[in-house]
Design a protein around this ligand. Sequence first.
Ligand SMILES: [Zn+2]
Ligand SMILES: [Zn+2]
Length: 189
Amino acid sequence: MLIKCPECQEIMREVKTSSNYGIPIVIEQCEKCGGLWFDDDELYRTKLGMAHEIESKLNVEKLRKISDFKEKNLFCPKDNTKLEVLEDKYFPMAAIIEFCPKCNGFWFNRGEFIEFQNSRRKKIIEREEEKIKKIEAQELDKELNKKVMGIMRLYHDLGEEKRKAKEKKNIETIFYIIWMLLRMLLIKK
Ligand SMILES: [Zn+2]
Ligand SMILES: [Zn+2]
C-alpha cells in the first residue's frame, strides 16, 4: 500500500529492513524530507543499528528542510487521524516523536530514528549492567555468608573444646577424690 508523507504529502518509498531475528520488515521513507513511518510494532522490531543504514540511503542534497514542525498538525497517512506527540520517558527527549492513536503507527523526522535506536541500545546496555551488578552482589552475599558461617563454626568448635576440657577436668577431679578416699582406707588398714 502506497502512503503519503504526513509532512510533505509526497508518496513515500518502501525501505526493506529486518527484525533482530532476520524477519523482513518494510517501512516507509519520504525521499523529500527523510521522515520515516512505522506501522504498529515495526518500530520496536526493527533491528538495532539499522537506523544508520536506513538514513544513509537518503540523498541528503535533495532533502528539504522542515520548518515550524511543532506548530503544524500532522495526520496519519493510513487513516487520517491527527497524530499526537508521544510522551514517554523511555524515548529520547531531544526527539519529538508523533504517533497515531488509532493504528499505533509512528512518525519520525529525519535523524530521530537514529536517536531512538541509540537510546534503546543505551537502555539495553544499562539493563545488562544492572543484571551483572545484581549477580555480583549475590556472589558477594554468598561469599560473606560463607565467611560468617566459618566464623560461627569456629566459635562453636571453640565452645565445644572448652566444654570438653571442663568435663575432662571434672572427671579428673572425681577420680582424684575417689583415689584419695581409697588411699585413706588403705592407710587405715
Ligand atoms: Zn516528507
Ligand atoms: Zn493511523
